[in-house]
Ligand binder design. Sequence first.
Ligand code: AMP
Length: 285
Amino acid sequence: MLIKTISEVRAQIKEWKKEGFIVGLVPTMGALHEGHMSLIKKALSSCDKVVVSDFVNPIQFCPGEDLDKYPRTLDEDVKLCESNGVDIVFSPSPEEMYGNETPKTNDFLTYVVPPFFYVNKLCGKSRVGHFDGVCTVVNKLFNIVQPDYAFFGEKDAQQLIIIKKMVKDLNIPVEIVSCPIIREKSGLALSSRNKYLSDEDKKEALVLSKILNNIKTCYQNGVTDVKSLKETAFNYLNDKHELEYLEFADADNLEEKQQADNNTRVFIACKVGGVRLIDNILLNQ
Ligand code: AMP
């Protein structure tokens, strides 16, 4: 069932809570693919009722990013969700979520601002304010849906870590469930933004997973020095790739690593054909 208003979702949730149902939430920006579906299937298998939010959140986009051209496929998303047994697809307008004037700053809106230590690195460095927008919308969704469980992908590992931190720091009564990255057979991590890639760019985009896998192999062969591991990436990069970052950080608290260990996650962001792609890998997986 597609619902577009907060009041209707609230009314339905109230009924479910009366019945004692366990409620799961899968927050998405739509243009659903098998990556999203893995979260949805996990939610369906562990909760009585599942809400998928399908909302391109304007306040998590920075100036000059792809807010206007971000893929929107609501009709197909709803069909896919309904055929898989999702109970509610919640797709509010920006006005429904934020009032008449979509706020671009925190001048008029209460924001949830995650700690500087967690945002001043990786994607947060180039996407200033992005995680404020993410935490604000996720917190709003938690308040609207009041889920027992919420499902997030390791594809956006920095986001997942920041959301876990927010839930802990603000005592939000929800359990965060992390779900592994779903990839194409080629190794490319599924992403709604892959739709922007030409066939040629898609081949070039394999550079991200190739660099990560190679680093993992080197680590498993005994190399732990991060500087040496980073250098292995240069064998893969050419002028079609615009590397933004390649960083090694603790998988739980994002502390930067000089020596890799089993709890190290390697994070990469790279533009291919003008499309910004991200990926990551845990070294002991
Ligand atoms: P998005 O619609 O891109 O905001 O993603 C919604 C949720 O789906 C986030 O928790 C993402 O981490 C997750 N997700 C996106 N792509 C993948 C993937 N390839 N594998 C696993 N989870 C994913």
